[in-house]
Structure formats: structure tokens, C-alpha cells
Design a protein around this ligand. Structure first.
Ligand SMILES: *Cc1c(COP(=O)(O)O)cnc(C)c1O
Length: 228
């Protein structure tokens, strides 16, 4: 299947999953995960109307941003080292993967340098997997409170990556937990903190994530093919 056909199919499945959950299809945005894929694939996806692309690596993102049209909205979704933040300051519209105060402080500093505010999501490692980034559920609220004090960051919601399961239904409790955590933070009424985004769901489980309230689904291989 071509990239155009993949986008048509995934958009249809997103809309159906939203309707099935009694949600407005427009409340779910597709982040096309283009890591390891060439700029030509992104250009093709852009010509299918796709605007938001997710990248994981600074060294891959920077040349793509330079090569591709300025109207593209780039999201950073991978684990981010503080010493690389400066290279992407002002380039991305949303960082999904903020999971520690030292990283938040560096983003605040670098965006401050260019006089801008960076929208971020806080990544939560619900299953406490050693191989994955993310703060623990227990530490989340304190981290949110500290980040909320930083003038050049704006918390827009939460992100998670559940453990891998063959059956996407098995991921649902993790998606549900992220939504609950988001509700708890909202109830805490921390000034400047918004819980409007839930970034959850990938190629294998985005429909389950939408059923549990995802507003941003991060889909890569189902759109661009496997990464080999
Ligand atoms: C690679 C990646 C994705 C996309 O995964 P697919 O299974 O290819 O859809 C989503 N989120 C993150 C954080 C990723 O690193």
C-alpha cells in the first residue's frame, strides 16, 4: 500500500474509533511518526494533508526541519538529552517526553533565550518499565507543580507508552490510568497547567487509546511501513 492509502485508512480508523467511543473525530489528532524515514516520505504525507510529524532524534529532526516546508508542525516524542535541547529551541510545537525537572529547566532556559514559550506534555511510565522513560505515577504531581513554576514552559497534558502487548486490549488499563492521572491533576487546579491533551496510542493500539480518551495518537509504521 502507498503512503497515501495508508493515511486514508488510518484516518478512517481514527474517525471510526472516535465515533464508536461517542467522541468527535476532530478531538483526536494524528501525529505521523516519521523517525528513520526520509524527508521524501514526509513530503508525500504532507501532500496527503498531514500537518503534524513526530520525530525521536535531534540529529534527524534538525536537517528535516531545514529541508521541509515551514508550515509543518513538528513534535518531539523521543527521549531527550538536556545537552541537545538548544539545537531544537523554537523548532518544535510540542515536546511529548518531558519526564524530569532537569530537562524541563533546560527547555525553559533555551526557549527563554529566544523569547518563546514551549508547550510540553509530561511523560508517565505507568508500568515502571526500566527500558522506558517517564516519571512514576507517584512523582507526577510534584513534577507538574515544579514545572508549572517555569515561565517559558506550558504544560498541556500527559503522554504515555504502555508495555507492548500482542492484544491491544491489554494496553487499555494503562491508557485509562493516564486519563485518571490527568483528571487528578486537573482537580488539583495548579495555575497555568492545562490537561487538555492525552498523547497515547501507536500503530498497534491507537483504537484502544482513542476509546480511553486519547487526543493525540502517535502512529508510525502503519503509515510509513516498518522501520526494518
Ligand atoms: C516510534 C514511536 C511511535 C510510533 O510507533 P509505531 O508502532 O511505529 O506506530 C510512537 N511513539 C513513540 C514515543 C515512538 O518512539
Amino acid at each position: 500500500m502507498s503512503i497515501a492509502e495508508n493515511f486514508a485508512e488510518i484516518r478512517t480508523r481514527i474517525a471510526e474509533a472516535a465515533r464508536h467511543a461517542g467522541r468527535n473525530p476532530e478531538s483526536v489528532r494524528l501525529v505521523a511518526v516519521s523517525k528513520t524515514k526520509p524527508a521524501s516520505d514526509i513530503a508525500e504525507a504532507r501532500s496527503c494533508g498531514q500537518l503534524i510529524f513526530g520525530e525521536n532524534y535531534v540529529q534527524e529532526l534538525v536537517p528535516k526541519v531545514k529541508e521541509l516546508p515551514a508550515e509543518i508542525s513538528w513534535h518531539f516524542i523521543g527521549s531527550l538529552q538536556s545537552n541537545k535541547v538548544r539545537q531544537i529551541a523554537g523548532m518544535v510545537d510540542l515536546i511529548h517526553s518531558v519526564d524530569r525537572i532537569s530537562l524541563a529547566r533546560e527547555i525553559d532556559r533555551q526557549w527563554g533565550e529566544i523569547g518563546k514559550v514551549c508547550d510540553i506534555l509530561v511523560q508517565v511510565n505507568i508500568a515502571q518499565e526500566a527500558t522506558k522513560s517517564g516519571t512514576s505515577c507517584e512523582e507526577l504531581i510534584d513534577l507538574v507543580r515544579v514545572i508549572a513554576q517555569l515561565p517559558n514552559l506550558r504544560i498541556k497534558g500527559l503522554m504515555t507508552m504502555p508495555p507492548f502487548f500482542d492484544d491491544p486490549e491489554a494496553a487499555r488499563p494503562f491508557f485509562r490510568r493516564l486519563k485518571e492521572l490527568s483528571g487528578e491533576i486537573e482537580a488539583a487546579g495548579i495555575p497555568g497547567v492545562e490537561m487538555r491533551e492525552l498523547s497515547m496510542g501507536m500503530s498497534g493500539d491507537f483504537e484502544a487509546a482513542i476509546a480511553e480518551g486519547a487526543t493525540l495518537v502517535r502512529v508510525g509504521s502503519a503509515l510509513f511501513g516498518s522501520r526494518g
